[in-house]
Write a protein that binds this ligand. Structure first.
Ligand SMILES: C[S@@+](CC[C@H](N)C(=O)[O-])C[C@H]1O[C@@H](n2cnc3c(N)ncnc32)[C@H](O)[C@@H]1O
Length: 189
């Protein structure tokens, strides 16, 4: 992190020489990954290079599968990183997601430098939701050290959260069934 532009520029320069070059992102390259930056930079280049985007499994889908089926209905995906996006806009999106009863997936929830954003997010959700709202926390999905935690809105900050963690906050129809978190699709059973 931090040298994305240089890496992508170097890759495009090599591609412009006729080489086949790969830029690898975790999960899907088009979800907070490098695909967008590559295409923005390629668009600015005089010499056009051919770009192919190969899809991957986003952390949100990996985490969702580990938790059960929390993303069965309308959902919002919000990154809490305010490095490239002003916090005011992030907060507006959080408020609207909470108000709209959206299942909400939080990327980039916390780093050693950014600690208050996840606390603020919890407070914003508490304004519109009961403290027992199910929350899933997945750290290092499908990687060594994977941790899957089912908790609640009130208790979510009692668990380890860092930059390789993704959080899924349920909506008003989300419930816990054994080890799974499930959001109702609306079927009459
Ligand atoms: C720059 S984004 C990359 C997202 C990635 N391109 C995707 O498709 O999911 C980095 C954030 O993705 C989430 N993330 C990526 N890999 C993860 C994993 N294996 N387990 C949990 N969260 C992950 C974390 O929230 C992390 O802060």
């Amino acid at each position: 992190m931090g040298e994305e532009r240089q890496r992508c520029t170097a890759a495009l320069e090599e591609a412009a020489k006729g080489k086949v070059v790969s830029i690898v992102s975790s999960g899907d390259p088009g979800v907070y990954g490098m695909a967008g930056l590559i295409l923005e930079l390629a668009d600015n280049m005089e010499q056009k290079v051919e770009v192919e985007i190969i899809p991957g499994v986003p952390a949100s889908c990996a985490a969702s599968a580990l938790l059960g089926a929390p993303v069965m209905h309308d959902h919002a995906v919000i990154s809490l990183s305010d490095l490239l996006t002003p916090w005011e806009l992030i907060e507006k999106r959080i408020r609207l997601a909470a108000e709209g009863d959206m299942v909400t997936i939080l990327y980039n929830p916390k780093s050693s430098q950014r600690t208050w954003q996840i606390e603020k997010t919890q407070h914003l959700f508490m304004e519109k939701n009961p403290p027992g709202l199910p929350v899933g926390i997945v750290k290092d999905a499908d990687r060594e050290g994977q941790q899957v935690i089912l908790t609640t809105l009130a208790d979510m900050l009692d668990h380890p959260i860092d930059m390789t963690t993704i959080i899924i906050i349920g909506n008003s129809t989300t419930f816990v069934s054994g080890k799974f978190m499930v959001t109702r699709r609306g079927y009459k059973l």
